[in-house]
Design a protein around this ligand. Structure first.
Ligand code: RB5
Length: 149
């Protein structure tokens, strides 16, 4: 189950990504927003991130104008590693190396076809583990207020 959310700047791109998920046989939960009325992206981004953090959803995609606000919001939720990507290489690497469980996109930054390529790269790439697991564990330790060396 994929959590998906957007603000008013990204309604159209969210619909395109939902279509892509359906084409790929993936289920999603849409946490809004659902119209183009100006809204506050933290409301919707937090709901999607919380669903991933508590296991209701496996991974999440959040979209706003730049992707920055949504990525900041998602990364405030414990257990979330949200990567803002504008290219497929970063999307692939943030799965392989950072085990990013959420993806942020900027609807005013990238086009629809590029966004779809980014989502596909992010969906299709497994985490490599190994030394990268050590580093992800360090991120978790920081999140837990621990000092790392
Ligand atoms: C909305 O105007 C815009 O600020 C929002 O979509 C996002 O880009 C924030 O980071």
């Amino acid at each position: 189950m994929i959590a998906i959310a957007c603000d008013h700047a990204a309604i159209e791109l969210k619909e395109e990504i939902k279509r892509l998920l359906t084409e790929r046989g993936l289920e999603y939960t849409d946490f809004g927003t659902n119209d183009t009325a100006s809204c506050h992206y933290p409301v919707f981004g937090a709901q999607a991130a919380q669903a991933v953090a508590d296991g209701r959803c496996d991974r999440g995609i959040v979209i706003c104008g730049t992707g920055i606000g949504m990525s900041l919001v998602a990364n405030k939720v414990k257990g979330i590693r949200c990567a803002l990507c504008s290219d497929p290489y970063s999307a692939r690497m943030t799965r392989a190396h950072n085990d990013a469980n959420m993806l942020a996109l900027g609807a005013r930054v990238i086009g629809v076809e590029l966004a779809k390529m980014i989502v596909e790269a992010w969906l299709d790439t497994p985490f490599e583990g190994g030394r990268h697991q050590t580093r992800v564990d360090m991120i978790t330790a920081i999140e837990n207020g621990e000092t790392i060396e």
